[in-house]
Write a protein that binds this ligand. Sequence first.
Ligand SMILES: [Zn+2]
Length: 235
Amino acid sequence: MPTPAIEKLLVLQDRDQQRLALEAQLKAVPRDIAGVEQKIAAEKAAIETTRDELKELEVKKKAIENEVGATEDRLAKYKSQQLQVRKNDEYQALGHEIEVTQAQIGALEEEELKVMYAIDEAKRKFTAAGEELKQNIASHESRIHTLREREANLQSELQAAQEAVAGARSLLDEPALRLYDRLAAQPGLPVVVPIHEGKCGGCHLKISFNIDSETRKPDKLVTCDQCTRIVYWEA
Ligand SMILES: [Zn+2]
């Protein structure tokens, strides 16, 4: 049977481990929240890209429209010049210019049509992405809300765990606490370990005959000569 001193140390160790687990969980929450916030930012950036694409296409359409206008003006000018020329070769040259210009207008109008289709497609994409973004952001925000609730719960659990640790500490004497705290800092919990088949439960090395006999004395804290943890017999 573990001695009463060991039993008190085991209670303290158990509560300390619970406290440490809660502290670790609590520490992870802000990181999780930051991760979700990053996702929101990335999705917002993605929809900005779609918006930029749409803007670019609209600028392109406007440029084509201007070019069509300018080319049509040029066509009208050639046509009116053609009405005024007297010489046949000049008339023919202008006729050629008119044909070329008309072909240019045709090509521009075809390009404009393509851009208009692309604008329709981009608008559809933008609307769909907007809907998706709204849904995603709502779900991300509810996740953040859950995380904040979790953080608050963990904080009150941690407070209870800290009180439980203080309660366990109040039952131990100063030398035992000093030894426990030193070991808890290095090598770290667990620092009160049972002996199994003659081996230390911490470092799993065989304990010496001397340690073995020391641990059989009541109310004496014995440490493993290999890893310095407090060792005890379970039965
Ligand atoms: Zn050991």
